[in-house]
Design a protein around this ligand. Structure first.
Ligand code: PLP
Length: 444
């Protein structure tokens, strides 16, 4: 039976009158009334299995009772008091925990913010402050946030930059390694990471390495289409950074906090970055972000170089401490790996059956299913992705797509195996209907 969206549509029509449409990318009429675990309920009583986790912000699930208790307990003492003027135990405790769970057996320090975007701005300040150099390198197609610093690193979409420049100067963008669409037609066996040559050549022609402060890289390119880089590439770019005194920054806002089956995705590559940027799932949906780096990097600016009234507020820090406890107690890193393996196998099997699936890739519960117009040209198939996502929504599954048609599979790590299986069955049904031309254009 088709789902009804009466109350939801009424709220959306009110929203359209009062909220900037430039802050939205709507996929379907979802107005959330409540959530628990991996389940969302809307205002019309419809239930959905969430495969998006609020853009990878809810690794511990919706309204986790332990998070609610941690916030309530803190609120009963005090809500927030600007960390610039006072000290707070939740802040210190969280910084200590973050230092423990991040790679690198050296002295580190942390600074908190409220969003992935502001954390990226902070990271740029610390990288420039520490090295005394200006240039920052990020990757084409990446999304790093909407504040001016983060936006300067971002090249995901023209509309994010149109009319609002200038962005920061001295930011350069290089190609992200993309094995599925390898411009050199290499396979895993024949790859000599030719894709790094552009950067290597640039360093000896127009990009003086002694002027580069940092390379900022997502260890899986999230919004660019959940692209997993080859280990060889990661080791090589890291070596280039080390040889040239360039900081290597792992941007983990989307992939951190267990999403890929490790605390931080960079650990899959056995690399110890100089800085890590984190946000989203750090506090289970409560606004918080952090930059953690070698002590000397974080000590390189003069106070008060980077602060917000609410940075490191006690509610967010308490939620983040409990997030870390939940990930440990419920073995969510292992769960992400185990369920991720199951899901990936299911999608690989689907790839053998449905031509529209060109590639399946990912680590843990961060998986991209790349839909193509045909397997030869590998052109992305946005239309297929829109129809399949909408059909999934009608069948009770929240799924969106990235880039030119990459299904974004990032459920809460607390999802049960049964829920995961049901959601994947629904994706398969929808792909099958698409393949059999059973999803009309009017659906969109
Ligand atoms: N970095 C990455 C990799 C992201 O995916 C995002 C958000 O989607 C951001 C940064 C920005 O984070 P926020 O929206 O919390 O500012």
């Amino acid at each position: 039976m088709a789902l009804q969206f009466t109350k939801s549509k009424e709220i959306i029509s009110r929203d359209n009158k009062v909220y900037s449409k430039f802050a939205r990318i709507p996929y379907y009429p979802l107005v959330i009334k409540r959530g628990y675990g991996a389940i969302i309920e809307d205002y019309d009583g419809n239930k959905f299995i969430d495969l998006l986790s609020a853009a990878s912000s809810l690794n511990t699930g919706h309204s986790n009772p332990r998070i609610i208790k941690a916030i309530k307990d803190q609120m009963e003492n005090f809500i927030s008091y600007t960390a610039a003027y006072t000290y707070s135990e939740p802040l210190v405790k969280l910084a200590e925990e973050i230092i423990k769970i991040t790679p690198g057996d050296f002295d580190k320090k942390v600074v908190f913010g409220l969003s992935g975007s502001d954390a990226n701005d902070g990271m740029i300040k610390f990288a420039r402050g520490f090295t005394g150099k200006k240039k920052i390198i990020s990757f084409l197609g990446a999304y790093h946030g909407s504040t001016y610093g983060a936006l300067s690193l971002t090249t995901l979409s023209l509309n994010m930059r149109r009319k609002i420049g200038p962005t920061l100067s001295e930011v350069e963008h290089i190609k992200y390694p993309n094995c599925y669409r390898c411009p050199y037609n290499c396979s895993k066996d024949t790859c000599n990471i030719e894709c790094l040559n552009d950067f290597i050549n640039a360093l000896s022609t127009y990009l003086p390495p002694e002027e580069i402060a940092a390379v900022v890289m997502e260890p899986i390119a999230g919004d660019a289409g959940l692209i997993v880089p080859p280990i060889k590439y990661m080791k090589a770019i890291y070596d280039i950074c080390k040889r040239n005194n360039i900081l290597f920054v792992s941007e983990e806002v989307q992939q951190g906090f267990g999403r890929t089956g490790k605390w931080f995705c960079i650990e899959h590559f056995d690399i110890v970055p100089d800085m890590i940027v984190m946000g989203k799932s750090i506090a289970s949906g409560v606004p918080l972000s952090a930059v953690v780096a070698r002590k000397e990097i974080m000590d390189s600016l003069e106070a008060p170089a980077h602060l917000f009234t609410m940075s490191g507020n006690s509610l967010s820090c308490s939620a983040a401490i409990e997030t870390i406890n939940i990930i440990r107690d419920e073995c969510l890193l292992k769960k992400s790996r185990d369920l991720g393996n199951y899901a990936k196998k299911r999608f690989e099997d689907m790839k053998n059956k449905y031509e529209v699936i060109g590639d399946v890739r990912g680590l843990g519960l961060s998986i991209g299913i790349d839909l193509v117009k045909d397997r030869k040209t590998k052109l992305g198939n946005r239309k297929a992705a829109s129809k399949i996502c909408y059909r999934c929504f009608e069948k009770g599954v929240i799924l969106i797509f990235l880039a030119d048609g990459v299904l974004r599979f990032q459920p809460p790590l607390v999802i049960t195996k049964d829920e995961l299986k049901t959601a994947i069955d629904i994706i398969e049904e929808s792909i099958k209907e698409y393949t059999n031309d059973k999803i009309p254009d009017e659906i969109l």
